[in-house]
Design a protein around this ligand. Structure first.
Ligand code: ADP
Length: 162
């Protein structure tokens, strides 16, 4: 049985993340979407519980995907779950340097867990949580970037600040 984890911030989950999760679920027997727990030093827009909830809602239709949260090293989580593979998505070349560093560091820490990349689909290649937040913050159209539940959460988050 091939088990994969798909780790990330998912702040918040977008159609781009969902596309990767769906495609990974077609390749692996089980995919854990692993939402990294908020560390005080890193500021996310959404707390861990809300990021987790939005991911669960967005991915509940895929039977072999389970959404969890975690703290600490991703390779430790992979070992705990018996995952042989870490899944990540690649958009433009700008993702490459960061992902390369991560993959090499992770392989040093856990040579038994390899990272497998899915190339972003053309329609999602420009979708990025940070840009999404900026567009939402300026009241721009986001319905092509995220499901309704995420759009509603973004609006609520923005309105709660004013
Ligand atoms: P990070 O761990 O850098 O905060 P994210 O949580 O935003 O990353 O994303 C988790 C993974 O999903 C990363 O590998 C990222 O490259 C990938 N990803 C994010 N958005 C997309 C997208 N639109 N298409 C493909 N992959 C994506």
């Amino acid at each position: 049985m091939m088990v994969a984890i798909y780790p990330g911030s998912f702040d918040p989950i977008t159609y781009g993340h969902m596309d990767i999760a769906v495609r990974a679920a077609e390749v692996f027997d089980k995919v854990y979407v692993a939402v990294v727990y908020t560390k005080q030093s890193k500021s996310f827009w959404f707390g861990t519980e809300e990021r987790l909830k939005l991911c669960k809602e967005a991915l509940c239709h895929i039977p072999n995907v389970e959404v969890i949260s975690y703290m600490g090293l991703t390779v430790d989580l992979a070992h705990k779950l018996g995952a042989q593979v870490m899944v990540r998505g690649l958009r433009m070349g700008s993702d490459f340097d960061y992902e390369c560093e991560m993959a090499l560091n992770n392989r040093k820490l856990a040579p038994d867990v390899d990272t497998i990349y899915f190339m972003a689909s053309l329609e999602h290649i420009y979708v990025k949580s940070s840009l999404l937040r900026e567009i939402a913050d300026s009241n721009g159209e986001i319905s092509h970037l995220v499901p309704d539940s995420v759009a509603a959460a973004l609006r609520e988050r923005i309105n709660s600040r004013v």
